[in-house]
Design a protein around this ligand. Structure first.
Ligand code: AMP
Ligand code: MG
Length: 322
């Protein structure tokens, strides 16, 4: 069976085609803001203008009549962006005469990670622009055991980077600068129960930037934020008595975050997993794969139920597979 999936919850416009075993095609055309952060209307206009040519690229590699299912990211995400993707998915499904499957974006990160990194029952640390969550499966649902109380870690990195005059996306630029950091400056370490918060840290780091070297700000920010994420992930492992950690989401590309999690896993005799980089950030293949998994377990989204869900939670999906 072959599934096509469209991702477009925020900046990433991406279409992937998969079968049960592998990614057959993956094409992306990301929205990159000229200045400032991601503007939902501008991002959605970008998606609307580019989605046609992205389909042409995909269909130059796979035949349209080979597609069995059309999957799309139904939420969570930015309303205007989600609507472009949902509309395109409905049109394609109707034109091909194939079923439509609405996919939860966070679930897709977890499932593509389990698929390609081969983790079985992990504690997942999902770190992206808009989301930061510690997720694990309990029975027929995934549960969020800890999450950000304000902004996602990626958003925090991007905000700080922007303040320091760096281009979007800021995460990779901060990672580079942090490698040359020499002094650690204390920043607010905010973990409340199993939840964490980043916006106070961003403000404090912005203040720090006015008096110390940019490399040290980047270094101090990464050390503090990633230690918070590692602490909560470790606590989830201990509470749930699990022994696998799966790292997903765009910020998961960060080698310092990977290193901290690996060290923690070694100390606990747990195993660390991460999908290949092209499947780590937002991508169409994860939507296609999760759509395929859902469809083969009885899910289908009738057009009248295909409205976008900007606040869609991973807990809302019943998990019918192992
Ligand atoms: P996503 O929303 O999952 O596609 O992830 C996008 C976010 O990942 C943006 O906020 C980027 O700044 C961030 N990001 C990408 N690469 C890195 C990196 N190497 N280190 C830290 N953050 C990163
Ligand atoms: Mg994401």
């Amino acid at each position: 069976m072959i599934a096509l999936g469209i991702e477009g919850t925020a900046w990433s416009l991406s279409i992937g085609v998969v079968d049960e075993k592998e990614v057959l095609a993956l094409k992306s055309d990301p929205y990159i803001p000229k200045e400032g952060g991601i503007h939902p209307r501008e991002a959605s206009q970008h998606h609307a203008e580019r989605i046609g040519s992205l389909f042409e690229k995909i269909f130059s590699e796979v035949r349209p009549d080979s597609i069995d299912i059309v999957a799309f990211s139904q939420g969570p995400g930015m309303g205007p962006c989600l609507r472009v993707v949902a509309t395109a998915a409905r049109v394609l499904a109707l034109k091909l005469g194939k079923p439509l499957v609405g996919v939860n974006h966070c679930l897709a990160h977890v499932e593509v990670g389990r698929w390609k990194a081969k983790a079985k029952n992990p504690v997942t640390l999902y770190v992206s622009g808009g989301n930061s969550q510690v997720i694990a499966r309990r029975g027929e649902h995934y549960r969020v055991f800890g999450e950000t109380l304000d902004i996602g870690i990626g958003n925090a990195l991007d905000k700080l980077a922007r303040y320091m005059g760096l281009k979007h996306p800021g995460g990779p630029r901060i990672e580079e600068l942090a490698k040359d950091g020499k002094h650690y400056y204390e920043l607010p370490y905010v973990v409340k129960g199993m939840d964490f918060s980043f916006s106070g840290m961003v403000t404090a780091a912005q203040r720090l930037y006015n008096s110390v070297a940019i490399e040290d700000v980047a270094f101090s920010f990464q050390e503090t934020a990633f230690a918070m994420l590692t602490e909560v992930t470790e606590r989830a492992l201990a509470y749930l008595n699990l022994d696998e950690v799966l790292l997903v989401g765009g910020v998961g590309a960060n080698s310092r975050l990977q290193e901290m999690l690996k060290t923690m896993c070694e100390d606990r005799n747990a195993r660390f997993y991460a999908p290949p980089k092209e499947l780590m950030g937002d991508n169409g293949a994860m939507i296609a794969y999760t759509g395929l998994l859902m469809y083969t377990h009885g899910y289908e989204t009738p057009v009248e139920e295909s409205a976008v869900r900007p606040d869609f939670r991973i807990e809302d999906v019943e998990i019918r597979w192992d």
